[in-house]
Structures are given as C-alpha cells and as structure tokens.
Design a protein around this ligand. Sequence first.
Ligand code: IMP
Ligand code: MG
Length: 187
Amino acid sequence: MDKIKVHDKYFVKMIPHEEILGIVDEVAEQLNRDYKGGNNAPVLLCTLNGALPFCGELMTKLEFDPIISSIKVSSYSGMKSAGALSSITGPTISVVGRDVIIVEDIVDTGITLKQMRKLLELMGATSVKCCTLLFKPEKFQAEEKKSGSMTAPEYVGKVIPNRFILGYGLDYDELGRCYKDIYVLDE
Ligand code: IMP
Ligand code: MG
C-alpha cells in the first residue's frame, strides 16, 4: 500500500520496510562496536509503545547480551509534542550501576529524551545513551538554541525532515503503529 488513511488524514509511503531493516543493521553494528565485550550487562530500555518494533528487531542483531526493560512516557498528543512529559511508568528494573541504552522510535524536540536522561541519572545509571531509529533535527536545534544543554542522540538510524510520520511503531493518535513501512502525512 502506497497511500493509507488513518483517522481523518492521508499518508504516503516514505521509508519501505527493507530500508528500515538496513537501518536497524547499521545501528546494531554501532552498538556492537561500543558495547560488545563489556563485563557489566547494559540495560536496553525500550520506550513504549513507539519503539517496540525497532527494539524487537534491534535486540536480535546484538552481539552482547543486554538486560531488556521498558519505560513508558508520554508527551505527544495528536500531531504536536506537548512539551513536558505527562506521565512516566517504569523502568521495570533497577538501573543502579548500569549503562543504559534508551531505544527511541524518533527524537523530535528532544524534550522527552532530555527528561528521560535526567530521570535515569537520578535513578543511579552509570551512563545513559540513546539510540533512535529516526531523528528530526529541526525542532531539536530550535530547542537547543532556546534552552542550551541538549544532548543529541548518540546513535541515529536516519535523519528526516520535519514532517509528521507514522508506521513501524509510530502512531497518529494511537493508530497506525502496525504498518511495516513508515508513512508521511500527505500535504
Ligand atoms: P520529542 O520529545 O519532541 O523529542 O518527542 C518524542 C516523541 O514524540 C517520540 O518518541 C514519538 O513518540 C513522538 N513523535 C515525534 N515525532 C513524531 C511523528 O512524526 N509521528 C509520530 N510520533 C512522533
Ligand atoms: Mg515515542
């Protein structure tokens, strides 16, 4: 399907599944380079629900054995980032003394990531890094200018323009997550 309708809007295919799989391989390779051979298992922290398919695919490509956990944060409502995080559940295990790798579907303003980093450091993580399937740098850079102190995701699958997308975990008001390809709003 090259064009789909979710709620009231039309979306067109932007990143086919085969390309996504290639991106996941590249991210896994970078993580393997940095984490393979360590003697303290890192925590691979899946941010629910958006990063579910990415994290699931990624974990099968790792050449080290991380502890899998998840966290649920929400800041988005409809097509706009709400800014502050409205709720946080998890992480489901202790991160004290562990290296944490946050797995994100997409980093947009970077506010969610900033707050998760702060939270995990307060919880006693040794280090907090982020790997994200997609990165929209435009709003991130605006936020950086406004507030300073933003740390970009350390591992980025693909940089994309500032457009609203869905599929492969990403939603528009909770629908559209199960498409295997990624679609962009048809404007
Ligand atoms: P941030 O706090 O603005 O960086 O937003 C991060 C979260 O917003 C991501 O984890 C996604 O859940 C959601 N998000 C950002 N951009 C999009 C998009 O284009 N489509 C769907 N969800 C998005
Ligand atoms: Mg998300």
